[in-house]
Each structure stands twice: as structure tokens, then as C-alpha cells.
Design a protein around this ligand. Structure first.
Ligand SMILES: [Zn+2]
Length: 197
């Protein structure tokens, strides 16, 4: 799987916006990695690059399954990431683009990190989100192999944001009410538009 090359018939998909019910649904566990899943992962990567996001969850293209993709390399210069496998630091690009199937995540240590987040499903809203600074992710990759890594920086943040999506959780759910309040008109507008479909 390459960042730059996609089979010619792989096309970006439509990203659903705030108010679409899929965004509040918990993804089903993926039992079988078949051709249609491989294709969906390629389409999700194409969608993420098209929209210039650093991650995309299946819920964002209207599917309730445990599948998310991440690529932090385009953002690396301004928002660095680090990763470790078995306690040894690895090159982050060696695991990019990252396709996470049935991911589990938990924080490592007590450190917190505050940084700006946005979401392709909530265009026009960016806010600082407080999250654990370091996380461990265990998931399957597209060949069904277990991928088990720890990360910090943007990768740790993106992994938490995407795994949240797979549980029907949005980054705005982490914001204090007083920070979220001024954004309510935008959210209501997105919601009204989503219900129009
Ligand atoms: Zn998002």
C-alpha cells in the first residue's frame, strides 16, 4: 500500500458530517479481512488524502465497523510523532499509512498533552483537546498481523481521535461546555443539513 499510488478505480468517498447517525454508532468487530475490506481501506485512504486529513474512521464514510486509517507524515514537520515497538523506537514512516482493524487503545503513564484538533466530519470547528500524551495501540493490519505499538505526538492524538470515532465518540465530546457553547450554532447548522439527506 502506497501513499502516492492507488489503483485507478479507487475513488474517494463522501465524508458524512455531524448529525449523520453513523457518527454516533459503535463499530462492529471485523471478523474477516477480505477483498471488499481491502478495497474499503484503500478508498478510505484515498478519501483521507483527498480531504487532507491525517485520519479517517469507517463511521465517517457511513460504515459502522472497527476500521480506521491514519497518516501523520504530511503533517510531520509541524506536528511530530514518535513510535515504539517492544520498547524500541521505530521510524514513524515505517508504519504509515496505518490501517487499524479492531484497535484497542490505552494510555501509558500519567502525562497529558493539549493540542488543536479538527475533524473532517465537523468542518469549521477546531479546538484544543486534552488527552493522554502516550498511548499503546494493539490492532490488526490488512494482512491480519497484530500490530502493537506505543506512540506520542500527533500519532498518539490521531489514534485516540480515530478509536473514539469507532466507539461513536467525537472530539467535541471532550470539550468543556463553555468551550463548546459558542460552536452550537455551527453544530446545529451541520445537523440540520445532515437530516436533509
Ligand atoms: Zn474525526
Amino acid at each position: 500500500m502506497s501513499r502516492k499510488k492507488h489503483s485507478s478505480d479507487i475513488k474517494p468517498l463522501e465524508v458524512v458530517k455531524y448529525g449523520h447517525p453513523a457518527l454516533r454508532s459503535k463499530g462492529r468487530k471485523i471478523e474477516k479481512i477480505d477483498d471488499s475490506l481491502l478495497r474499503l481501506a484503500e478508498e478510505m485512504l484515498a478519501t483521507m488524502y483527498e480531504e487532507e486529513g491525517c485520519g479517517l474512521a469507517a463511521q465517517q464514510i457511513g460504515r459502522s465497523i472497527q476500521l480506521a486509517v491514519i497518516d501523520v507524515i504530511p503533517a510531520m514537520e509541524n506536528r511530530p510523532s514518535r513510535a515504539w515497538v517492544n520498547g524500541r523506537e521505530i521510524e514513524v514512516d515505517s508504519i504509515m499509512p496505518l490501517v487499524m482493524i479492531n484497535p484497542k487503545i490505552h494510555s501509558v503513564g500519567e502525562d497529558r498533552d493539549v493540542d488543536v484538533e479538527g475533524c473532517l466530519s465537523i468542518p469549521g470547528l477546531q479546538e484544543e483537546v486534552d488527552r493522554p500524551a502516550r498511548v499503546r495501540v494493539v490492532c490488526q493490519d490488512l494482512s491480519g498481523e497484530t500490530l502493537d505499538f506505543e506512540s506520542e505526538g500527533l500519532l498518539a492524538r490521531a489514534a485516540q481521535h480515530e478509536v473514539d470515532h469507532l466507539q461513536g465518540i467525537l472530539f467535541i465530546d471532550h470539550l468543556p461546555p463553555d468551550i463548546l457553547k459558542p460552536h452550537q450554532p455551527l453544530l446545529r447548522k451541520l445537523q440540520a443539513k445532515a437530516l436533509d439527506f
